[in-house]
Design a binder for this molecule. Sequence first.
Ligand SMILES: Cc1ncc(COP(=O)(O)O)c(C=O)c1O
Ligand SMILES: [Zn+2]
Length: 440
Amino acid sequence: MAEQKKYRLRCTECGAVITDFKAWFEHGQSCPECHCKQAEIEYTADYAKLPELFKGKPESFWHYFDFLPLMDRENIVSCGEGAIPLERWEFLERFANDNGISDCKIYVYRNDLNGGTNTFKDIAASMAASIFKENGVKRYCIASTGNTATAYGKYLAMAGISAAIFMPDNAVPSSIAEIASYGQKVYHVSGDYSDAKAVAAAYAQKYGIPTSAGNIDPIRVESKRTMVFEWLRQLGTMPDVYVQAVSGGTGPLALDKAYRELEPHMPGLTYPRPILIQTDKCDPMVQGWEKAVKNGFPEGFEKDYPVIKNPQTMVSILGTGNPGTYPKIARIMKQRNGNFLRVKEDCLADVARIVAFERKTHVGPASAVCIAGLMKAVMQHEIKNGQTVLVNMGEGIKRAPWFLDMLGHHISEVRSVEECHVPELGETREELCKALDKNI
Ligand SMILES: Cc1ncc(COP(=O)(O)O)c(C=O)c1O
Ligand SMILES: [Zn+2]
């Protein structure tokens, strides 16, 4: 094949150019010069044409094909992911108003509406399967806490690619079953996510099978950055604030890549203030950040964060106790005046009840973390009057059916009609919010 001219990878460490993904895989997904595992993709497409695409109505993130590292549309493996309408959640705006913040607009980007497996991860899995198909990758392996595993399991199977998937002890059984049902091999590793990653890395080495480079993997970052295109398409401008539950940090890395890529072509483009959320049961980034704030961001602050071994969190998706990406993310957060917030796991069922009551929809636990974080940000006045907030929410309830069992309330055990009365419809938002207030 003649050398393609559409895109190239550039090593983030030494600046070396890697011509395409074929070469990237041939070099073991690392820079041929300095062996760095991180590369960013550059495109030859004309960015003046990007606003044209903002006028269209996407069926998937492949709408942005000219700005994605795939040569032939024939290789696209897709279930209609990454084309999600932003929803304005007015009950959250009222909550902000009740907390003294007026006129803010709160938009929710619901990744549970993605067509593949209803999470954040469908876009990356679609792009991975398509790139592997185009470049003749037949086998793959990956370690994941759950959502990446499920998405890659499905999309790679769609492309006829066999995957070995390594999941930690606390992976959700229904996710394991779902992946296996697509014909993929699951290795349930006794240990936490770090242990699963170690076994996957050894397996990749032993059998010479490519594996994911984790949160910095160019496939993951590059696909995910299209969410920013979508916000610009739908809002016409960047939001003022960006809220996300964070585990390994592909989201903030992708936001950063998109901004650096677009800003030279869109003068005046603003950077949303990032607010990243973890729970009290697995909060290494929050702890590292709080220490840095307390000490006035000393030299090397970004390297100082704890490792939480075997985090006892019920949100297994967010169970990255040893976030190797923290130094990169912490630097971005400092540069962009961001903040990390911690929420209590005890509040998650209440948050999900409020969402169910107000929106008649169920969020998964990692999404509840994100909404709880938004509420905390409101209560702490991290959000200002008149701002536009983008809440990037990860998953629906299908990914964690056990969480639905926790949402029941107002249930009475009875033996006869004498014990019943004629009810009103549920509790009010105010009552639910009050219960939450103390516990967030
Ligand atoms: C539902 C959900 N929310 C949040 C996250 C955190 O994403 P990130 O990779 O940006 O930390 C993930 C992925 O780990 C996820 O699946
Ligand atoms: Zn290099």
